[in-house]
Design a protein around this ligand. Structure first.
Ligand code: NAP
Length: 294
């Protein structure tokens, strides 16, 4: 599905260029040398190349001050040649992620983390929807999963995944599926299994490998595993393996559909980011027509 979205975008970019317009341009801020972050930014830049976008990796030393980074963001905001800007998280402790995110011009906030964009999402207004939830909604739509009236249980309430996906699944808008009865669970939820066993659609975004096992789901459940963590694995050349929140071996036999880790939500997140960047370049992010159902 992610490859399909990239192919669709590539055609759109070719059409833009044929009309004499420049390609969409995504910039990514990377601070320090955090291994997984370098890998994630690398994947995003490769995806940009594949669809014909321009991309810029803006790398800064781990010692850069927050004030200097804010100035760098101002430069990108003022640059008409750049459509989208993301700040790769996590950041060093002396820099507050919110301060950087809040400084990004909302039209260029293609991760959809800026309070203005998040607020517009909550109000069912056209906006940049956060990239991971957007990728998940695309996946559900393209897989033809029936959502209306189903029980969707979300595990994890982060601002980037759990909270926005619970809002999107309970609504029905943007031309995406929705209309589920949604339960949002988190660290303080007693008896998590009581909730996950009721799920027709289970979306996990926690970062605890194997948190969900086969005893915690019902037959036929649709499972979307957002979690992705490194665990030690001496059998691998790298010495580690990537694992989701779901124990695939015991859950997959009961599931009607399940996403793999790696290779499931990750590529769809990048597809969501590319879609947002494309619309930022078109300049229709706050005006384009959506199909509202709610
Ligand atoms: P996060 O900000 O750390 O949030 C984790 C959430 O899980 C929190 O809401 C936390 O509750 C909750 N939680 C912790 N322990 C729990 C438990 N035992 N039972 C139920 N809920 C529990 O993480 P995130 O940024 O959402 O990321 C979650 C995972 O998804 C990570 O592995 C991350 O790498 C991955 N991820 C993958 C992609 C992708 O593209 N594939 C994108 C984003 C994130 P509290 O709120 O109470 O602390």
């Amino acid at each position: 599905m992610a490859a399909d979205i990239r192919a669709e975008l590539r055609l759109k970019v070719e059409a833009m260029k044929a009309k004499g317009k420049r390609a969409p341009h995504l910039a990514a801020i990377l601070v320090g040398s955090h291994g997984p972050s370098e890998v994630y930014v690398g994947h995003k830049i490769k995806a940009c190349e594949e669809v014909g976008f321009t991309s810029s990796k803006l790398s800064y030393d781990v010692t850069i001050s927050e004030a200097d980074l804010l100035e760098e963001i101002d430069k990108v905001n003022a640059n008409p040649e750049i459509d989208g800007l993301i700040v790769q998280l996590p950041l060093p402790e002396h820099i507050k992620a919110d301060n950087l995110i809040n400084r990004i011009q909302p039209e260029k906030d293609v991760d959809g983390f800026h309070p203005l964009n998040f607020g517009r999402m909550v109000q069912s207004l056209p906006t940049h929807v956060p990239a991971t939830p957007l990728g998940i909604m695309e996946m559900i739509k393209r897989a033809g999963i029936s959502v209306v009236g189903k029980h969707c249980v979300v595990v994890g309430r982060s601002r980037i995944v759990g909270s926005p996906i619970s809002i999107l699944m309970s609504r029905r808008r943007f031309g995406y599926p929705g209309g589920a009865t949604t339960t949002l669970t988190h660290r303080f939820t007693p008896d998590l299994a009581h909730h996950t066993r009721q799920a027709d659609i289970l979306i996990t975004a926690v970062g605890k490998p194997g948190l969900i096992n086969g005893d915690m789901v019902k037959e036929g459940v649709v499972v979307i595993d957002v979690g992705i963590e490194r665990v030690k694995d001496p059998s691998k050349k790298s010495g580690f393996a990537l694992k989701g929140d779901v124990d695939f071996e015991t859950v997959a036999p009961k599931a009607s559909l399940i996403t793999p880790v790696p290779g499931g939500v990750g590529p769809m997140t990048i597809a969501g980011l590319l879609k947002n960047t494309y619309h930022a370049a078109l300049g229709d992010i706050y005006t384009r027509e959506y199909h509202y159902h709610d």
